[in-house]
Design a protein around this ligand. Structure first.
Ligand code: T68
Length: 832
């Protein structure tokens, strides 16, 4: 047992004082008061909402860390295989509400806080989002942590503790302005581990020598050292004591001789500058989604994080005193995109240079350990690093990359003799000017499994970017794991009334752990009372969003109108421009109608939200156009409630929790073949909204599950995209006549200075319309018309919503994690 590890004479003293956290309302209140007075050193006579939030969170954190300790001890004692999820992004959002729900103590906290004079909603609202991510990739990592803990898998996340998360977006005069997100002032959810540090080396040179047996020994010497400090964030599962760890690394200057020399020689200022330079590494999250910008600091971040994490993982493995060839039986490492690909090289370096293994034995261990998830086929997002930069920053790693490539190309040459072009195509080094390291290829070569995130996407990677690798390694190395979302946050937490209604029909809350149980709802589709409650809940969620719109933008929207929502990062491939052009078309159509005709139309609120990468000029112009359209339409007396155009500022996880349950229709309208999966599509359907979308990413599987009569699909199919682009470039392509009218209105200055939107129009009209906006325009507006008509029949609409929710069980991240555990990681759950 765990206790047995404490020496007998001290055992009683250690164990009799066991703290077990609060159990009831009184306990909870006592803990809150204690934290206000001692941890926060505040007077209970002027405790404000912020202090009440901090103290309540600390009370929960204490409980989490107890469970965390037990979970970790159990994992260590059973010596079970663990999975390590390496992700540069964890878009966690708020932790307090989630902790209360996962621990099943929200009622206790609610009553306790009420007695102390607070409304729980206000206290929840005090928390700053943990926004350490850009979009889908980072949020997926957060959903995975929730599922891993809920399913009792022994798992750790490893990431960076950015001082600044994704920027806060302000809209000023219709333009996006970025404000730094300084979120760490007080973060009750992390435990600094000042005793858990790793020294990380950069730059320097490699010294190669022969040892007494004639074996070549490489020594990486000189350069700079930076210290990584661990911060642990306990992540609780739902309805289980299992609490996993998210370990985030923070950088600080190494406290080596180097510094002391500077101090002693009186060079205080430059020593402080060193300090700041070291801290820069974990200072800021790069704000690009689906784009690789190749900045040196980004590569430094990647190595810093990967080296610290691997040191930690290897240190833990070595405690078990097992042989190296058992490493893959104890450790699975999942690479969330190519960002952590250096981990492959680093583990090979540790095994060969530090632990003295032979190359082949080490490589066998490395490739059995890693799995790689690809999240994009967009060429501009595929990560590449200049060889010169890697050489400068990580000289030994570049040598190892060259050796990995050499051995790989030799094996290819053997199987496909005299195919020089194949060797050029699959080489990890791109022979361009300058030469580049292709990180996706390195990840494929160094992993035993490669997966895409939805069926279409997994097919696409196997037939396009990794086609040659499928031929070389065989199909079995490539697989699909369709993304999922956690129903705890995205249903139970975001939409508590709907969750309660479902529980009343699905024999309790079991569906939150087995989402396929939602299918029990199909029995109640015709139940009048149930349908009425369903509709009331949707309406109440819309009222809540309407209030939020009123309070932030001062605009009145009618909750009875159709709420049409597109919230996600702003990107040309996601086609917010198609949506806003469609809105302009709607406006022009309404304006051309007689007042009598207008009365027959379906009122709509078009809601947009999302951030543009600060350097993505076109995306910023799209935001500008949406705001300018809103400025005109929203005050047009001819239009009134028939059309409102809303841009919600600073879309993030906590805002998604308000927006998602309030949507009637959400838009997932990427050019076919560009959106790897999408996950918000799943969230919206799970919350009783319908989708308008293209045949792309997970939309296709959602259609398969819920039935094509319950989704509004339109547009070009992915297999036709390439041909159309070819026609755009080499043939005639008159632009869609309705779209031409929209462009005409913009160019006449209806929505402000036309020059501002020249590039957006040109991209479609003059530069080949890469995203097929014109090709898909007519089918988009036709489909929107169908939406209007079908929405008029509310009874039928509600049936579709209920039926869709009932069939969404597949999209739980629990299903997804079970697939990874079985097909890629080979790990088993371990109940605490
Ligand atoms: C998203 N990718 C996919 N990338 O676009 C989305 N990129 O289809 C998918 O559902 C989701 O991943 C989860 O699989 C991203 O979000 C990034 O944010 C990103 C960040 C840095 C560099 C490149």
């Amino acid at each position: 047992s765990v206790e047995a590890s404490i020496p007998e004479p001290q055992r009683e003293a250690w164990t009799k004082h066991e703290f077990s956290g609060f159990k009831n309302k009184d306990d909870f209140e006592r803990e809150v008061v204690r934290h206000v007075e001692t941890t926060l050193a505040r007077s209970i006579y002027n405790c404000d909402e912020s202090a009440a939030y901090s103290a309540s969170s600390l009370a929960f954190r204490d409980r989490l860390i107890k469970d965390w300790n037990k979970t970790q001890q159990r994992q260590t004692f059973t010596d079970s295989k663990r999975v390590y999820y390496l992700s540069l992004e964890f878009l966690m959002g708020r932790a307090f509400d989630n902790a209360m729900l996962n621990l099943g103590a929200k009622e206790v906290a609610k009553e306790g806080l009420a007695e102390l004079g607070f409304r729980i909603e206000d206290i929840i609202g005090q928390e700053h989002d943990a926004a350490l991510g850009n979009g889908g990739l980072g949020r997926l990592a957060a959903c995975f942590l929730d599922s891993l803990a809920t399913l009792n898998y022994p798992a750790w996340g490893y990431g960076l503790r950015y001082r600044y998360g994704i920027f806060k977006q302000e809209i000023i005069d219709g333009y996006q302005v970025e404000v730094p997100d300084y979120w760490l002032d007080f973060n009750p959810w992390e435990f600094p581990r000042h005793d858990v540090t790793v020294e990380i080396q950069f730059y320097g040179h490699v010294d190669k020598r022969q040892d007494e047996n004639g074996k070549t020994i490489a020594k990486w010497e000189g350069g700079e050292m930076v210290t990584a400090v661990a911060y642990d964030v306990p992540t609780p599962g739902y309805d289980t004591p299992s609490t996993n760890n998210l370990r985030l690394w923070s950088s600080k200057a190494a406290s080596g001789e180097f510094d002391f020399q500077k101090f002693n020689s009186g060079d205080y200022e430059s020593s402080v500058a060193d300090q700041q330079r070291a801290e820069t590494i974990s200072a800021v999250l790069y704000p690009n989604d689906n784009l690789d910008r190749g900045k040196e600091l980004r590569l430094k971040q990647q190595y810093f994080w990967v080296a610290a994490s691997l040191y930690d993982i290897v240190r833990r493995f070595k405690k078990s005193k097992r042989k190296w060839n058992e490493f893959p039986d104890q450790v699975a490492i999942q690479l969330n995109d190519t960002h952590p690909t250096l981990a492959i090289v680093e583990l090979q370096r540790i095994l060969v240079d530090v632990e003295g293994l032979e190359w082949d034995e080490a490589w066998q261990i490395v490739t059995s350990t890693f799995g790689y998830t690809n999240h994009t086929v967009l060429p501009e997002a595929l990560e590449k690093w200049p060889v010169g930069l890697v050489q400068h920053l990580l000289p030994r790693h570049l040598q190892i990359i060259y050796d990995i490539n050499l051995f790989f190309l030799q094996s290819v040459e053997k199987r496909y003799p005299n195919d020089r072009d194949l060797l050029r195509r699959v080489s990890i080094i791109e022979e361009s000017q300058p030469k580049m390291v292709r990180m996706a290829y390195l990840a494929v070569v160094g992993s035993h499994k490669v997966n895409g995130v939805a069926e279409l996407h997994s097919d696409l990677i196997q037939t396009t970017i990794f086609r040659d690798f499928v031929a070389i390694f065989g199909e079995d190395k490539f697989t699909n794991v369709t993304n999922g979302i956690t129903p705890r946050r995205w249903l139970h937490q975001a939409n508590p009334r709907l969750s309660e209604l479902i529980a009343s029909k699905a024999d309790g809350y079991e569906f939150l752990k087995d989402l396929t149980l939602l299918n029990k709802l199909e029995l109640f589709i015709d139940d009048k009372e149930f349908r009425k409650e369903w509709a009331e809940i949707k309406y109440a969620n819309k009222v809540r969003l309407a209030r939020y719109i009123k309070s932030t933008l001062g605009i009145n929207v009618n909750p009875a109108a159709l709420f049409d929502v597109q919230v996600k990062r702003i990107h040309e491939y996601k086609r917010q421009q198609l949506n806003i052009f469609g809105v302009i078309h709607r406006y022009l159509t309404l304006k051309a109608m007689s007042p009598e005709e207008r009365k027959m139309q379906q009122p709509r609120v078009s809601i947009f939200g999302g951030k543009a990468a600060p350097g993505y000029w076109m995306a910023k112009q799209i935001i500008h156009l949406i705001n300018n359209v809103g400025a005109l339409v929203n005050k047009d007396p001819d239009i009134g409630d028939l059309l409102k155009v809303i841009f919600l500022e600073d879309y993030n996880v906590s805002k998604a929790e308000i927006i998602t349950p309030a949507s009637d229709l959400s838009e997932h309208i990427s050019t076919a073949g560009t959106e790897a999966s999408g996950t918000s599509n799943m969230k919206f359907v799970l919350n009783g909204g319908l989708i308008i979308g293209t045949c792309d990413g997970a939309n296709i599987e959602i259609t398969r599950e819920i039935g094509q009569e319950n989704i509004f699909l339109f547009g070009t199919l992915s297999e036709d995209v390439e041909d159309l682009r070819h026609v755009h470039t080499y043939g005639e392509h008159p632009i869609d006549p309705n779209l031409a009218k929209v462009f005409d209105a913009i160019e006449r200055g209806m929505f402000g200075e036309p020059n501002d939107f020249k590039a957006m129009i040109s991209a479609v009209r003059d530069h080949g319309d890469y995203y097929l906006v014109s090709d898909d325009f007519q089918s988009y507006i036709d489909t929107q018309k169908m939406v209007d008509e079908e929405y008029q029949n509310q009874e039928e609409w509600i049936s579709k919503c209920i039926r869709s929710v009932a069939r969404m069980g597949f999209f739980s991240s629990d299903r997804c994690i079970n697939e990874y555990a079985e097909g890629i990681w080979n790990i088993e759950p371990l109940a605490v």
